[in-house]
Design a protein around this ligand. Sequence first.
Ligand code: G3H
Ligand code: 13P
Ligand code: ZN
Length: 315
Amino acid sequence: MIVTTKKLFEAAYGKYAIGAYNINNVEQTMGLFRGCVESEAPFIIQISKGARSYTNKLVLESIIRSVDEIFPDAIFAVHLDHGDEKTCYDCIESGFYSSVMIDASHESFEENIAITKRVVDAAHAKGIVVEAELGQLGGVEEHVSVKESDAKLTDPDQAKEFVDRTGVDSLACAIGTSHGAFKFSGTQGLRFDVLSEIQKRLPGFPLVMHGSSSVPQEEVERINKAGGNILGAKGVDDRQFKHAAELGVTKINIDTDGRLVWTRVHREYFIAHPENFDLRPPGTAFMAEYAKFIADKNQKLGSAGQIPDVRKFLK
Ligand code: G3H
Ligand code: 13P
Ligand code: ZN
């Protein structure tokens, strides 16, 4: 069942965070639904601009519709990840997305407000909710690449002004994370001090943490042992998710960790089966491993086991 992120956030606020997982193909979608239904967790499917053009945006929509029929107990939102203004309007018009992210965080404060407000007005007219971003994460995204030294943490006073002036439904804040597998070049970590100041100014308002993959070291080691060359990768400590949730984080974005699962499964599979040229055996192994990975993440987020409660909440 597709619901808005707003509904999920109302149920989760202050108690746990909802996992927001990026998908690109049918194997990831199957594993995602299986992992969330088995762990009884509500979830958010994230679709990036790159994912929409990897095959075709319509292909992803039909995959999600079909997989939803296979798993009728699933409760989830369909969300555009890091949208520009044009893509947001396309998703709003499509009638399929329940939530969009407008990411104008690379613009000036005033321009970010103006763009976000236009998207909020268009989305709300159709009952669709909007996430925006203030501050800048380090790392690489589709249309922006930010050096760690240029990343800007969210200013708590600006966060309050931004939310008041745009009417946005949730806010992605830069609190020390970055996208990709190479976070924290030194001893940095999550800036709970900044997060807590934002929550003080925006009590009860849902906050979003991007760049939250934990880049498990054993996963990286297995990939490297199977011929990979991912050196110096480091992620967020996922034991900190629950504290972030207490401070108002209701959505935690995870993409890189899923890519690592895909890489490890396929590298190890082809080393163990050099004679194989059928795509289905590694695909089958990946779906099972991905489901396990998702169920485990949902435990760490605190969203596992929440479906019965969310169902009551939605009535
Ligand atoms: O933050 C970006 C997400 O990890 C999606 O990545 O734009 O390569 O699909 P992508
Ligand atoms: P990771 O690269 O840490 O998985 O972050 C994903 C993300 O923020 C998607 O919007
Ligand atoms: Zn992101």
